[in-house]
Ligand binder design. Structure first.
Ligand code: SAM
Length: 331
């Protein structure tokens, strides 16, 4: 099967599954000050239910799955979920987005269970700033997690940096230099006006064009063919001459990539979200819990897909349209 084709002729082959809305960090830009009201145990999908949705999606042409959260590693049994997802025939790419705090404990098990690659969120290289933006995180643990992932053979390790003016813009060059001697893919992501958590103001967002200009002052950037190591996604990828790693720029704000958007999201409470910036959700839980068969589930997925907009519309209205904070969506 060649994949789901949506009403705007895009091939949809990528499902991001949020397995929890709980997180062991409380990043300033991701989680509201007052915290979030968390889903109750009965509200979140069981692993069996997640696997049913994943299997139905894979049957329809999804071949790329990312596990996210909240923080996916805080949900008990995550390694067994990875193992079962990796065994679904048709999944050719299984990855995870994590803050890495618990990777030391999980890296080997995840690799054995079939996880090939990982995206690690790390917005500062300065322990004090990291502690501040995450409201208490320990940067040393992130580095230990990164090392554990590399030792376990999880590759590539991508480092996601949300660039925020006035917070970490002084570290852009330091992040870029990490790729000189290590095979990381450092990805600069524009700060998005998403969900009720965000303290977003347009002036906080640094366009990737400006980040790239600064990075290019270190050394020329060689453009890589689409996807670089083959897993670039929406990142435009480059490398410094002779560098072991790569640098990616992801510009959802200044230069949307709706025309090539290939993704669906499943929230931890069983809702399909077809566009990060839209408020529309299709709830699969009633079907999953009322004995519906796989055909019905598949039809509901098709219905959700039909609601995937051609374009996410102006950024100005996003916060009004989409009330879910990122910690409930999964990034
Ligand atoms: N806990 C995991 C982690 O830290 O990677 C996974 C969930 S987290 C919500 C997923 C990603 O979303 C992180 O890389 C985070 O930096 C990013 N993110 C959250 N809010 C964002 C925003 N307003 N703009 C850009 N990226 C954001």
């Amino acid at each position: 099967m060649n994949g789901l084709i949506d009403t705007h002729n895009r091939r949809i082959n990528y499902l991001r599954i949020s397995i929890t809305d709980r997180c062991n960090l409380r990043c300033l830009y991701c989680m509201p000050k007052e915290g979030i009201s968390q889903f109750g145990h009965g509200e979140i999908l069981s692993y069996e239910e997640i696997l049913r949705v994943a299997a139905a999606a894979v049957k329809r042409g999804i071949d790329k799955i990312r596990i996210t959260g909240g923080e996916p590693l805080v949900r008990r049994g995550v390694v067994s979920l990875v193992e079962r997802l990796s065994r679904l025939a048709g999944v050719r790419d299984l990855s995870m987005t994590t803050n890495a705090l618990l990777l030391v404990e999980f890296a080997d098990g995840l690799r054995r269970a079939g996880l090939r690659r990982v995206n690690i969120s790390m917005d500062s290289l300065d322990p004090e700033k990291y502690r501040r933006i995450t409201r208490g995180g320990d940067l040393r643990k992130v580095w230990e997690g990164i090392e554990a992932a590399r030792r376990a053979g999880i590759s590539p390790v991508k480092i996601n940096v949300v660039a925020i003016a006035g917070f970490n813009d002084g570290e852009i060059e330091d992040f870029a230099r990490l790729t000189l001697k290590d095979p990381f893919q450092v990805r600069f992501i524009e700060f998005m006006p998403i969900g009720s958590a965000s303290e977003w103001k347009p002036e906080h967002c640094i366009p990737c064009s400006r980040i790239k200009e600064r990075v290019e002052r270190i050394a020329p950037l060689i453009p890589l063919s689409e996807g670089g190591n083959g897993h670039g996604g929406p990142a435009r990828l480059f490398k410094f001459p002779g560098a072991l790693g790569e640098i990616g720029f992801i510009s959802p704000v200044s230069e949307h990539f709706c025309g090539s958007c290939n993704r669906l999201r499943l929230t931890a409470d069983g809702k399909i979200k077809t566009c990060l910036f839209s408020g529309e959700l299709t709830d699969l839980k009633p079907l999953l819990r009322s004995g519906a068969d796989d055909e019905e589930l598949g039809r509901k997925l098709d219905e959700a897909l039909r609601s995937k907009p051609a374009h996410h519309g102006p950024m100005e209205g996003v916060m009004k349209r989409c009330h879910l904070p990122m910690v409930k969506i999964g990034g």
